[in-house]
Design a protein around this ligand. Structure first.
Ligand SMILES: *Cc1c(COP(=O)(O)O)cnc(C)c1O
Length: 373
């Protein structure tokens, strides 16, 4: 049996008529930039996330970039984040000339270890980017306290967590900025690259709208230097249709995750500590990824590949050890939990359309791997 890590074709089959129809609408209108589809999408995503403003942008990476730009973060500024994330969380800081300052992760949630943040704050620190990894939010209360105490801006990297919730707050609505990605493999995926920034600050919302369009205030008058960070109407139309299915898909992902937890435990794999299933601390975890820690992870991956079971390693090299960030001066051993996660974890298929047969096969194959060796 073949089990892909993600099956976007199955998702498309289930909503094909609706997607095709809105795509045709955009072509009929020939309005590809800005316009009603974009505004509607922004309104819906803002409402879904209990946030006042949402500004569509060209990608999750650009959502981070434009949030940093709206805070004038650049040369001479420090930004605190974790080294265990997708590249963009840190790449965006460096691209603006600012200095990323790393804090290790909590080994249970893979999000920033809030007990280690304060010691890294200096008079140059301007912002904290907590990364809500795999579908679970960072522990925001202590981060909000620290941000207030030291006058720092919070930019949530919520690329993997649309609809996640903790303490009654939705991901992306807690900080001054919340950044979403609609990359196709995220829980709410566009038909290409797309992203969005959330904020509750009306002045910052205005600044973001201007910055995404070359810093234009009114046509051909520029008070700021921005860029072309706009969201396409086509992407907006697709995202709006898919948003109405998101809660159902999230429920299916959660059901799959809980079923894995049960199956792994029933198979005796967790008792023997061959694998460790995810720890859920967020009230609403949306399982963008189902991540396990595994003994002999690399051999297990080889075995899964042989058995045609999709899997991936997010992320094999922590960012402080990336060649392009060598100039920051970090070395192996600096962030032991991030390094350990990079060595021990892997993602298994958890997408909504995954069948119980496929899931049983994944678990029995993993059990086979450990029991025969
Ligand atoms: C996907 C992702 C991004 C970047 O989003 P793009 O839309 O691919 O630019 C940023 N941060 C995290 C944690 C992500 O998973």
């Amino acid at each position: 049996m073949k089990v892909p890590l993600l099956d976007l074709k199955a998702q498309y089959r289930s909503i094909k008529a609706e997607i095709d129809s809105v795509v045709a609408d955009v072509f009929t209108s020939q309005m590809f930039i800005n316009g009603e589809k974009v505004t509607e999408c922004e309104r819906e995503v803002a409402a879904y996330s209990n946030c006042q403003f949402a500004i569509g942008v060209s990608s999750g990476t650009d959502a981070l970039i434009i949030s940093l730009m709206a805070e004038n973060i650049g040369q001479g500024s420090e930004v605190i984040t974790t080294p265990y994330s997708f590249f963009a969380s840190v790449g965006s800081i460096v691209r603006l000339g600012a200095q990323p300052v790393f804090v290790d992760i909590d080994p249970e949630t893979y999000t920033i270890d809030t007990s280690q943040i304060e010691e890294k704050i200096t008079d140059k620190t301007k912002a904290i980017i907590p990364v809500h990894l795999y579908g679970q939010m960072s522990d925001m209360d202590p981060i909000v306290c620290l941000a207030e105490k030291h006058d720092l801006t919070i930019i949530e990297d919520a690329a993997q967590t649309i609809g996640a919730e903790d303490g009654g707050m939705r991901a992306g609505s807690v900080g001054r900025y919340g950044c979403f990605s609609f990359f196709p493999s995220k829980n709410l995926g566009a038909a290409g690259d797309a992203g969005m920034v959330l904020t509750n600050d009306p002045d910052k919302a205005d600044a973001l709208v201007s910055l995404r369009n070359h810093g234009e205030q009114k046509k051909y008058y520029h008070d700021l230097v921005g860029g072309n960070f706009r969201l396409d109407a086509l992407q907006a139309a697709v995202i709006t249709v898919k948003l109405s299915y998101l809660d159902g898909w999230t429920k299916a992902r959660q059901d799959n995750a809980y079923r894995y937890n049960r199956l792994f435990s029933d198979a005796g794999l967790t008792d023997k500590e061959w694998i460790k299933t995810p720890v859920e601390k967020t009230e609403r975890h949306i399982y963008n990824q189902y991540i396990i820690r595994a003994n002999r992870r690399d051999q297990l991956c080889e075995y899964l590949k042989e058995k045609e079971i999709g899997h991936d390693i997010y992320y094999p090299v922590p960012l402080h050890l990336q060649k392009c960030f060598a100039f920051l001066g970090y070395c192996e051993g600096d962030f032991p939990q991030s390094e350990r996660a990079a060595r021990e974890t892997l993602a298994l298929p958890v997408y909504p359309e995954l069948s119980t047969d496929q899931q049983d096969y994944v678990v029995s194959t993993i059990a086979e791997f450990y029991k025969k060796s």
